[in-house]
Design a protein around this ligand. Structure first.
Ligand code: SAH
Length: 227
């Protein structure tokens, strides 16, 4: 636990983790992810989700649902956080790019499993609040910039994996370019307001790109400069 949980919260979190594990198993045939792995489960158990939501939402922090985080944005449902994290197939040496830091929760989970996480968030207040939370929790292997994540983060590219936590109508070409051969890009693709398609885009060692659909999902839109 990053900061220790009260006993009641700890019990609620274990119940939630068991539920997430069951959902991962039940959707395994579709997602290609058969089970919640021990490292991802450990990362989820380590990051206190209640610290990433407003006081009024804290009672719901260990329910398997998305919650509002202000500015019309949401922190993703724990099952989706777990699934997207699994789909990246992380290892501790990896450098990851995340688009859409929001509350900073998913970033903090990635930071438990990767060497370094770079995150891009377009709303300055959310970026500042996320960075403040990471500081308070002693999470140091994360950097954030405010801007359009559709452009990626050229300075630190290429990345071993990229996760986008907002729905894009098309896969931003800059993100595919900034992915290392052998790397994966996990991104919801589709029109906002409808169900989107959670895609796993794999760049093979020769640089050939393959895409598959993992699950129908619902995300807030990725708002690009051209919009
Ligand atoms: N992963 C977050 C939830 C993200 S909600 C969490 O764990 O809390 C989606 C986020 O994407 C929002 O914060 C939104 O402001 C951000 N976003 C939308 N379009 C963006 C863009 N073009 N570049 C960067 N961030 C963007």
């Amino acid at each position: 636990m990053v900061d220790g949980l009260a006993a009641g919260l700890e019990a609620a979190w274990q119940t939630l983790l068991n539920r997430v594990a069951a959902e991962i198993r039940e959707t395994g045939a579709v997602t290609g992810c058969p089970a919640l792995s021990a490292p991802v489960r450990q990362a989820l158990a380590t990051v206190p989700r209640h610290r990433f939501v407003a006081d009024e939402q804290r009672g719901w922090a260990y329910a398997d649902m998305p919650l509002p985080i202000g500015r019309g944005q949401t922190i993703s449902q724990p099952f989706i956080v777990a699934l997207m994290t699994e789909l990246l197939a992380l290892d501790p040496a990896m450098t990851i790019l995340e688009i859409g830091a929001g509350s900073g929760y998913q970033t903090a989970v990635l930071a438990q499993l990767a060497r370094q996480v770079y995150s891009v968030e377009r709303i300055p207040e959310l970026a500042e609040a996320a960075a403040q939370r990471w500081r308070e929790m002693g999470i140091e292997n994360v950097a954030i910039r405010v801007g359009d994540g559709g452009q990626g983060w050229e300075e630190y590219a290429p990345f071993d994996g990229i996760m986008v936590t907002a729905a894009a109508t098309d896969v931003p070409p800059a993100l595919v370019r900034q992915l290392k051969p052998g790397g994966r890009l996990v991104i919801p693709v589709g029109e906002p307001g409808y169900t989107q398609d959670l895609r796993v885009i794999h760049k093979d060692p020769q640089g050939v790109v393959f895409s598959r659909s993992a699950l129908p999902v619902v995300f807030v839109p990725l708002i690009q400069d051209r919009d």
